[in-house]
Design a protein around this ligand. Structure first.
Ligand SMILES: [Zn+2]
Length: 277
């Protein structure tokens, strides 16, 4: 089985009482959740009239960890962006006094609206991020979204210095797993703690190969490709992860799991930074 670029997936969320691809409701609720948080919005560009938005701490402090959370690269993996909305609803306004938090809540709006993996032009928004001599450059097949992100590489590199989490789903799976990055090191507590936060909701995938990558203990560790997260780790992010929730399972559970992995990433990032400082 492989993942289809244009097969449409639609789910209903009971907790939001909305369809998974209701993009207008998504942007509306996102703007609402941002009220009261000291995050400023920067629009990186538009794709077919929809904004690609980056939120970042309004008053970043040099002594705090710089972390970036992203979601919605693949349009049918809808529990990521909705999980981010739920995550935002759990944040205290004081969060930005504990870390410099940045967010890309919905990278591929046209895919999200249609409920299919690629953007509406048939491009894969999570491929084509090449790195050469410490600089990112778009591959020939780099998507419109990817080009907008690479244009901001200096900024995104700074915002993800201490960690990048990107939230994906796997439409072929009943089980969860994580692509983890701890450069120059075996998988450590950071990787396992993110896996464990997903394991509260779903069984961890058995040791096997997924998409040709070796999966062990629910982790595919330090696997570098041309994805966004891999690119940011190559540019210097100290830790990285791509969480994978199983899209063959209940949509609301997947939303809850995405919220949980974001919360765990934030608390682990604060803890690591405090130890280091
Ligand atoms: Zn994905």
């Amino acid at each position: 089985m492989s993942r289809s670029s244009f097969q449409q997936f639609h789910w209903h969320s009971k907790q939001f009482a909305l369809a998974s691809n209701d993009i207008h409701a998504f942007y509306h609720l996102l703007a609402e959740q941002m009220q009261g948080l000291a995050l400023t919005k920067k629009t990186l560009g538009h794709i077919e009239g929809y904004p690609l938005e980056l939120y970042q701490s309004a008053n970043p402090q040099p002594k705090l960890a710089n972390v970036l959370i992203s979601a919605g690269f693949h349009g049918e993996e809808a529990a990521g962006p909705w999980g981010m909305l739920k995550f935002l609803s759990t944040l205290e306004p004081s969060i930005t006094e504990q870390l410099n938090l940045s967010l890309l809540p919905l990278v591929n709006p046209t895919g999200f609206k249609a409920g299919h993996r690629f953007n509406q032009f048939g491009e894969n928004p999570n491929r084509g991020f090449l790195v050469d001599k410490g600089r990112a450059k778009p591959a020939e097949d780099c998507s419109r979204e990817g080009q907008l992100l690479i244009a901001q590489q200096a900024l995104l590199k700074n915002l993800s210095q201490d960690g990048i989490l990107t939230c994906h789903e796997d439409v072929l799976q009943h089980n969860c797993y994580v692509y983890s990055f701890e450069p120059e090191a075996a998988a450590g507590p950071f990787s396992y703690t993110l896996r464990d936060s997903l394991a509260e909701y779903f069984p961890v995938a058995a040791d096997e190969s997924i998409d040709g990558c070796k999966l062990e203990d629910g982790l595919i560790h330090n696997h570098y490709d041309s994805s966004f997260e891999s690119c940011l780790v190559k540019l210097g992010a100290k830790r990285g992860a791509c969480s994978e929730t199983p899209a063959l399972e209940d949509f609301d559970q997947r939303i809850n799991a995405n919220c949980a992995v974001m919360q765990q990433f934030v608390s682990a990032s604060i803890e690591y930074h405090t130890k280091q400082v």
